[in-house]
Design a protein around this ligand. Structure first.
Ligand code: ADP
Ligand code: ZN
Ligand code: MG
Length: 464
């Protein structure tokens, strides 16, 4: 049996203001109903004014997803009655969306994107114990893009990978934070199973607020449909809600049952005309996308594919890597240090990438590469640089952490070791080369691991 999945994704655009009024688009965590005005509350007599930045962001996302941009698109009213929607309709785009016919490549295959359109978000109902519900309208009117894929995905894992890839792109072009836990990126998944050429009846799964949930919910529903079909049953076209705690998708009491949205053109907004100039302006300002970056890196840096994948995952990390390599031209060493130590330190509380400049990070990696400082000391310095807001250089210099490779200083310590260990020295002189290791050990503990072992060995042999 073949599984078929198509996704409908909502991504919140990171504009300053809402889609049709001057209220802040940053509603998260605010006092309920404080972030509103007569326009987004849908008061009679108010008129929407389109936020140009939101259109720009929608275009950035659409172009990054290889879409065509029709010259004309328009807004429509999608009517439904629900307490989270004070106007009684949502302004969306119905038959003339902002963008069409795109794709996103996943494991070499094109997953087609049917459309990308602009719309405003609704508010939030808060269901309380005791059977009452409250409404918070802070989110009403926040700009979203809806991205609709063709049913081109064939497994729950692919659906998850697609979402992660999409998030990466939206973050690269800086239009959406991609935070699924906070609802900035949401996904409704349609899934059906069939054992012939035709697609089966689909069900829709909602309320997944993590990538893991997308995969688990779809796996659950895939199994349920499979069991139903294999035992001769029929699939009803229903909407299901994912309950992450119970790990189960259950039919929702849907607000959209037998819906008739009665779409009609929004009379208060003129159609959007995106001319070539506008499109070009957006295209020219698009940053290098992950795919392009990966290709360029493979040419420029001699790095394993794995490293390239990990480091280009996040645009900030990718930029950090590039700047560090500018300072210290040893991509593999920089890469190793980012993937192991930098990632470890960034997981500690209150550390951020911006705490240590990439050039300062590169300086530390270079010290290790040149044998000026040992691995463990460097790891410790890096962690402290992030937590104590000092540069690695300051820490290394203030505390004299560099290896002792200066001949004079080393010779002095070595002479002391020889004097303190007459028996071992005697052993060596009577032919037991192995005690050299022991003597080096003594020197290391005397210098707290900072003696340059190769140089020390040379001097020690000479002295003996
Ligand atoms: P509807 O008219 O029921 O909303 P659409 O054709 O608009 O359905 O598709 C909505 C979403 O569902 C799209 O992402 C699409 O790829 C997906 N989809 C459509 N048919 C199927 C199917 N049989 N199985 C799985 N996904 C489907
Ligand atoms: Zn408002
Ligand atoms: Mg539809």
């Amino acid at each position: 049996m073949q599984t078929v999945i198509g996704l409908e994704i909502h991504a919140q655009l990171q504009t300053e203001t809402k889609l049709f009024c001057g209220c802040s688009a940053d509603y998260f965590g605010k006092e309920p109903n404080s972030n509103t005005c007569p326009v987004c509350l849908g008061m009679p007599g108010t008129l929407p004014v389109i936020n140009k930045r939101a259109v720009d962001y929608g275009l950035r996302a659409a172009l990054a997803l290889n879409c065509e941009i029709p010259e004309r698109s328009k807004f429509d009213r999608k009517n439904y009655f629900y307490p989270d929607l004070p106007k009684g309709y949502q302004i969306s785009q119905f038959d003339e969306p902002l963008a069409v016919n795109g794709y996103l490549k996943l494991n070499g295959e094109k997953i087609r994107i049917r459309r990308v359109h602009l719309e405003e978000d609704a508010g939030k109902l808060i269901h309380q114990s005791g059977g009452t519900s409250s409404v918070d309208l802070n989110r009403v009117g926040v700009p979203l893009i809806e991205i609709v894929t063709e049913p081109d995905l064939n497994s729950p894992k692919d659906a998850r990978d697609f979402m992660e890839k999409l998030r990466q792109i939206l973050r690269y072009v800086e239009v959406c934070s991609g935070d699924m836990e906070k609802g900035s990126l949401r996904c409704d998944a349609n899934i059906s199973l069939s054992d012939n050429e035709e697609m089966g009846t689909k069900t829709e799964v909602k309320n997944m607020n993590s990538f893991r949930a997308v995969e688990s919910a779809l796996r659950f529903e895939e199994n349920r449909q499979k069991e139903t079909l294999e035992s001769g049953g029929k699939i009803d076209q229903v909407t299901l809600g994912w309950d992450a705690d119970a790990e189960e998708a259950r039919p929702m009491r849907s607000k959209e049952e037998a819906h008739d949205y009665r779409y009609f053109p929004e009379p208060d907004l003129v159609p959007l005309v995106i001319d070539e100039d506008w499109k070009e302006r957006i295209e020219e300002n698009l940053p290098e996308l992950p795919r392009e970056k990966e290709r360029r890196w493979k040419k420029e840096y001699d790095l394993p594919d794995y490293d390239v994948g990990v480091l280009t995952e996040d645009k900030e990390i990718a930029g950090y890597f590039e700047q560090a390599v500018d300072e210290y031209d040893s991509p593999k060493e920089i890469s190793n240090w980012i993937m192991s130590e930098l990632f470890r330190v960034l997981k500690l509380p209150e550390t951020e990438l911006s705490d240590v400049e990439p050039g300062d990070f590169a300086y530390l990696v270079e010290l290790v590469g040149e044998g000026e400082i040992n691995d463990n000391t460097a790891k410790d310095v890096l962690e402290r640089a992030f937590t104590e807001s000092k540069s690695p250089k300051e820490i290394v210099e203030e505390e004299g952490l560099k290896r002792i490779s200066d001949e004079g200083a080393l010779t002095e310590k070595i002479e002391a070791v020889i004097e303190e260990n007459p028996d071992a020295v005697e052993d060596f002189r009577s032919g037991n080369e192995k005690v050299l290791g022991y003597l080096i050990g003594q020197l290391m503990s005397k210098t707290e691991g900072q003696a340059d072992p190769n140089k020390a060995r040379e001097i020690l042999k000479e002295k003996l």
